[in-house]
Design a protein around this ligand. Sequence first.
Ligand code: SF4
Ligand code: SF4
Length: 376
Amino acid sequence: MGTYLGLLQRRHADTLIQRLRGAGYHVLGPVVQDGTIRYAPVDGFDRLPAGWVEQQAPGHYRLQKRDSPRCFSWTLGPQGLKPLTFAPEEPLWTVERRHGHGLEFHSHFPETKKQAVLGVRACDLAALALQDRHFLGGPHPDERYRRRREGLLLIAVHCHRAAPTCFCASTGDGPRAHHGFDLALSELDEGYLVEAGSEAGHALAAALPLIPPQPGQQARAEREIRHAGEAQERRLPGRDLMTALRARRDAAHWEEIGRRCLACGNCTSVCPTCFCHCHQERPHPTEDRSSHYRQWDSCFTSGHSYIHGIVIREDTALRYRQWLSHKLGEWHAQYGRSGCVGCGRCITWCPVGIDLTHETAALLAAPPDDSEACDA
Ligand code: SF4
Ligand code: SF4
């Protein structure tokens, strides 16, 4: 149960955005765009998707409007926080030929800007914590990620509804947000129960016209959040699958998945924890300069496993095996937990409806490889 500081009545909800803007934040919130819900600049709650919910299923996403004042009854669109901290594409440096004076390099770094994101879900906070660990945790923190991350203020919304593709309860990452937010909201028809998770969140809450919650409101919010977890039908067969997947590297089911998978990379694009990227040199067509770009990559591309003239993972079955085994298995050795936060995006946005919860269950139902194959 959260420690609610008070209720922000629906008619005063805009004060939250006004206070953020007053403190110099560029405010992003969920909006309906191109048939989905995604983050975009907002200046008032009337921009938010009041009444909108989505239908999600493997390979299926449709928005539906209901008669409800609630702005956060939808669960997840295709976009998490990933593009806000790890840009889909960005120049790292430009090199220019200075005739007679060699080459001159210029680095490119994003400006640190104050951004507040409204409506962040528990699974996306868990994914951000993983990305922080990857990009900032080692001896060489990623400066571009750090600059974008530093300016973020996060306003979470606990999920009161789960999509049929959600399974955050089984990964332990939702539907309630426990960590990583500055402010968290529980939405009721009459307004928002407010919790603070940081000093900045407490300062923001203190500037809001909160009133004490009415009897029963907190219990109702908690009941709805609990129900969102209990209603989830999908789950993974365990949290640490490293040993089980290592023991099934030669399972016939990888080939079966490989026949259905298009190797399109949609799953890795929408996955909030995938961080693979590639580098590209883009020479200017007429001038003596060239820019070096970093862009998202996917373990489903041939280039991802290209080394010295050889594509290591030639066929799609091997690429899917790499993705799933890394995400659910090898991440434990690298980061101490699974790389899956149970958001279900890879299920919804897979054009052929491949469902990692079903595939994992099918793989684990197969007997382990013989010990000789296991050691190979
Ligand atoms: S693997 Fe799929 S369900 Fe898990 S975090 Fe990535 S997109 Fe979400
Ligand atoms: S699993 Fe689905 S989304 Fe991922 S590469 Fe294969 S077809 Fe594309």
